[in-house]
Design a protein around this ligand. Sequence first.
Ligand code: FAD
Length: 545
Amino acid sequence: MKRSIPRGPVHASDEHDVLILGSGIGGLMLALRLAEHARVLVLTKKRADDSNTNWAQGGIAAVFDRSDSFTRHEADTLTAGAGLCDRAVVREVVREAPERVRELAELGVAFNHEGRAFELGREGGHSRRRIVHASDFTGRAIETTLLERVRAHPNIQLEEDQLAVDLILESRLRGGSAKRKGSHDACWGAYVMDRETHRIRPVTARATVLATGGCGKVYLYTTNPDVATGDGLAMAFRAGAEVASLEFVQFHPTCLYHAAARTFLISEAVRGEGARLRTIDGTRFMPGVHPLAELAPRDVVARAIDREMKRRGDPHVWLDLSHVPAARVRKRFPNIAARLLELGIDMTRDPIPVVPAAHYMCGGIQATLGGRTSLPGLFAIGEVACTGLHGANRLASNSLLEALVGAHLAANEVRARLAHATLPREAVVSDHNWDSVRRVMWDLVGIVRSDERLAFASRRLRLLSEEIERDYERLRLSPDLVELRNIALVGSLIVASAMRRKESRGLHFNLDHPRPVAAWGRRTVVQRRARARGGALVFGSDRHL
Ligand SMILES: Cc1cc2nc3c(=O)[nH]c(=O)nc-3n(C[C@H](O)[C@H](O)[C@H](O)COP(=O)(O)OP(=O)(O)OC[C@H]3O[C@@H](n4cnc5c(N)ncnc54)[C@H](O)[C@@H]3O)c2cc1C
């Protein structure tokens, strides 16, 4: 029997105050904050620690050093964002950072210390040392600590292997009748598939939070784990929420190039400690590209590597730390060094083969810093949200921070919603395609784009999406098909955003429009769906900053 989302009236069996989808730093931190005031259900689609958070190596940016200042951190963030950051958001995030980091330390995250102060690392684009870290496995330290706290809290229920498929909308309550004329739609929870039984159940809630992370799996090569299929972004878009700035995909310059370890990241912090990039014949190339050489912003480094590889026809470049004292390397990067040794590479001596890979989505569901979206009842925090912090490019180590500050502020927003929202009474609640979508994105919508490549990608993705939608209607739903449908939609949204921006800025580089254009310097590309169900992608009016 085909399992599908219930189309007619379904009485909700599962009612909650707050439903949080996702168990990375954003979802877990928010759950802990809200649990003092409400009962919280956290659903996550695989194991609880399957998240981008768990893989973060570098750390969290915050001003602690005496020679540093909020103004400097703000300026570095704005420079990376290439004119498209929301200044008020940048200011608030930077000023919240030290307090939010201290709070994580108090929860038990074992950050490295120098005496009584945090030990601070340096990363690309930062003019000072300001990266608080737990060796080179900061994300794992955070994830483990937060999960322990969440599991111990009596007001939080955490369920694994629960894949959210779509959001429950008011317009589909009471038997799916259209929403009242002129009234806004609202979100009242999500349809959720149990990965083991494939059974889908409606889970209703007075506030629903998407903390579903990124969408690196849209691309063939990515640093992201398998869960990063852009589900939250796709669900929100299908539900009519606005999504923005999807043309700004960050490619991490240095992912290990090795047949046995396709997605292992070599942290930016390695370049922060002095590593040099060289072509295969040993020539250093970054000093001629940017005054900060290897510590130039990520987009500059990724493009330079891409250019060298294409120009020379090489499969990778080298990252070389052999001139840095071995003891220092082992102490600062125990996790990376151990992983590389397993693969036969001694990073204190041998150069590391690296290539760029899709890493971080700067755009996302348009939301305030506190997570409010254009759809009442729906909140978005962390990587899935677009708050205006990153603009056209993310400064390294600002994303864990954004999720932390987002969770802190969203707690108040969600509480305000709970104070007045009441659930409507009658609550009603293929492998080759995977590869095709990801290859189209990699080949045609990667680090260097052109009008022709984007138009071709758009046509290919339209055909693939039609095929996938037919399967979605016809076949028994499986987690694989649900995620495939999401990466195809997110891919199409990235292409549509990239086609819209007729210039190059930040992470978006188009050979046919190679320079920034002043008129685009204050415009954010916003997309929204025209109809609640079916229908083409529609652009809302682009927002002017
Ligand atoms: C290798 C790597 C290194 C990084 N290093 C750094 C760094 O040093 N500093 C920094 O600031 N940032 C870093 N980042 C980025 C940072 O880790 C992420 O932006 C951040 O962790 C995102 O947190 P999140 O809570 O928004 O999402 P995530 O941590 O990705 O969590 C998302 C959660 O949602 C769940 N989920 C997804 N879809 C569904 C669904 N349909 N139903 C139910 N659950 C779902 C996932 O399973 C997961 O639990 C790095 C990222 C990677 C991949």
